[in-house]
Design a protein around this ligand. Sequence first.
Ligand SMILES: Cc1cc2nc3c(=O)[nH]c(=O)nc-3n(C[C@H](O)[C@H](O)[C@H](O)COP(=O)(O)OP(=O)(O)OC[C@H]3O[C@@H](n4cnc5c(N)ncnc54)[C@H](O)[C@@H]3O)c2cc1C
Length: 473
Amino acid sequence: MNKSVVIVGAGLAGCLLAVYLSRAGWTVDVRERRGDPRARGHAAGRSINLAISARGLKALRRAGLEEIILRNAIRMPGRMIHSRAGAQEFHQYSRDPNHAIQSVSRSALNLALLEAAAAEKNVGITFHQRCVEVAAASGTVIFIDDNTKQTSNVVADLIVGADGAYSALRGIMQKNEGFDYSQEWLGHGYKEMQIQPVTSGAHAPFAMNPNALHIWPRGASMMIALPNPDGSFTCTLFWPHSGSGSFAEISGAANGRAHFLRDYADALPLMPTFDADFDANPVGSMLTVRCNPWSQGGRVVLLGDAAHAIVPFFGQGANASFEDCESLTDALAAHGDNIAAAISAYELDRKRNADAIAEMALTNFVEMRDKTASRMFKWKKKLDHFMHAMSPKFFIPRYDMVSFSNIPYADALKKSHKQDAMLARATVFILCCLSVGMWAVIAPQYKKDFISVALVIAFIWITFKWIGRRARS
Ligand SMILES: Cc1cc2nc3c(=O)[nH]c(=O)nc-3n(C[C@H](O)[C@H](O)[C@H](O)COP(=O)(O)OP(=O)(O)OC[C@H]3O[C@@H](n4cnc5c(N)ncnc54)[C@H](O)[C@@H]3O)c2cc1C
């Protein structure tokens, strides 16, 4: 049976899903609210770049797009930490130097995916189509053409909401009884700035080492920079919306400059367009969206940011959305004509993973803006890499599991909690042993007491383990 699908939204996930389902024999109708980006070319759109990692690359490979995307991507095998004094320190992400995340242009990625979808014989893409209503029972979606204001009804076997973090389809589903929804706004916003290419220097045309994700961690806020193929860097300021050091407090380029001179002094000379960027570029907001269920009537289903918008600090929003596309396609293939069963299987697979990466993304914000600057963090990463080298299967650092493997996010979260607890206990144990050893050397007259001290430590150790086990259960 030839089945039909309407995909609302021709963003990253919508386009990739269109490619997959077309190749699986579906008739695919993609409807996008915005205009056709092909008319504007690669240069159009926002300059945002994204970090794509193993999960995203795997999904792109499946569509035959990995090579095309990697052609213009820049490898980032680690973070470059910038201190207030301007010193730079490189931290490799993984023990394996071949592991790297890739900086890619978001608009170029979207365009490549759109072109791939449009090249499929079973795919039709219509622009300026805004989804305004859906009726799951009849499989009907209603769109308004933003140019002509005409309404059209589209009927399909499957309706996919891939319309992003502020999904209209999800908004419609929210009106249904039993639909749980929460949105958690981050107290921080973001603003993009540019570091321009240079004509001379060690990394020309790049003003800094291009093979790193640059971070200026400043406690409650930070700036990051990702390289672009033209030699520029897209910087993103993550500052609180209000209060001390916030966008509200530091408004206007003059105030921005004064703040940069204090906190990001090494970056300021690399930003000749600072004043224009600071004044013109808007402050964006970030949120975590959780909802349940992701589907309605066994026919309508959410995917990508529409189902689970997350904050960008693990660089996984698009990667997770691409995994959704794979999961839904596989579930539809596995369940044949039973679309409702396929949707249930997809939700079962993805919901727990979306919740896990949402949690890890929030935690990673604190790590990036605050902990990366500390010596303790550096030692912890070194210890992680050492443990991974000793036992590559048993101990895998969280960053490796999330960015360089396809281990389900929920499993990665669980395993990393276990590993951290184990490392903490091992550290306490080693410190206790060292103390007893030192005591034996310093005060040999108390040798007899060592056995009783060791027994006390063993007792504390067992209690510690027992409490840990109770806490986990
Ligand atoms: C600052 C920032 C940095 C990020 N960095 C990373 C990163 O490094 N790595 C990473 O993996 N992810 C990153 N992300 C997340 C990533 O951008 C998203 O997860 C990804 O774009 C989600 O894809 P999507 O297709 O679900 O949504 P989108 O890409 O947002 O696409 C949704 C599409 O639906 C269309 N649409 C909306 N409403 C309607 C409607 N009513 N009718 C029809 N069409 C509609 C929109 O026009 C759009 O084309 C970042 C996000 C932000 C904000």
